[in-house]
Design a protein around this ligand. Structure first.
Ligand code: MD3
Ligand code: FE
Length: 213
């Protein structure tokens, strides 16, 4: 097989206390990951959820695994059922689970057992405001994030909403592992810029693996 990535090895960048970027760690698997996302989306289509405040999120979401993250007028939570179909979320495909475990291990987090994979799809202009991820039951477990397709300008701050923010570009194949001190840090994504990625066209996808339950 022609290997277009043989000359680009992954490298690591420290981002914050307990957080590390594994640059290009998922590049070789990207095609497989995107095919698996498409399979999941056949069973649980991407949808733009309502916020508790009555707005509609610009990011379209779906998920796989035992639990899925949902938002509606009642709030944010994890649910075993997809509210749109009233069926369980599609199972987490093995290669996704294995990538998540391998990434966590690479960052020093052994024994990571994610039961939820949230799949975000950004179209041009879609963004995610500064927030914390705190709906998971055990906040000692890290979150593993995988970026695919168009690049995103990612913002991350500190333990309070007003802490100074840093920005970094998350590109196709980049994996970030967030744990320890940075697990509850505020973060967000700036509006996606127009572009055309060879594998995803106008979209960016982000997978986040979590121990939710
Ligand atoms: C920092 N997703 O789904 S992934 C989210 O690119 C979310 O779609 C973004 O924030 C995205 O909640 C960012 C990177 C990320 C994920 C979890 C974190 C950064 C984090 C948890 C704590 C601190
Ligand atoms: Fe988040």
């Amino acid at each position: 097989m022609l290997d277009l990535f043989a000359d680009e090895l992954p490298w690591r960048e420290a981002l914050a206390e307990g957080a590390v970027i594994l640059r290009r760690f998922a590049t070789r698997e990207a095609c497989v990951l995107l095919a698996l996302i498409a399979e999941v989306a056949k069973q649980a289509p991407f949808r733009r959820m309502a916020t508790p405040g009555g707005h509609t999120m610009s990011v379209a979401m779906t998920g796989c695994g035992e639990r899925g993250w949902v938002s509606d007028a009642r709030g944010y939570r994890y649910s075993r059922l997809d509210p749109q179909s009233a069926l369980p979320w599609p199972p987490m495909p093995k290669p996704l689970l294995q990538l998540a475990k391998r990434s966590a291990g690479e960052a020093g987090y052994t024994g990571f057992h994610p039961d939820a994979c949230l799949i975000n799809r950004y179209e041009p202009g879609a963004k995610m405001s500064l927030h914390q991820d705190r709906d998971e039951s055990d906040l000692r477990a890290p979150i593993v994030s995988v970026s695919l397709g168009l690049p995103a300008r990612f913002l991350f701050g500190g333990a309070t909403r007003t802490a100074p923010t840093q920005r970094c570009l998350l590109e196709h194949g980049d994996v970030v592992v967030w744990g320890g001190a940075s697990r509850l840090f505020y973060h967000g994504v700036q509006p996606l810029r127009l572009g055309n990625h060879p594998l995803t066209g106008a979209y960016r996808y982000n997978l986040t693996f979590r121990e939710a339950g």
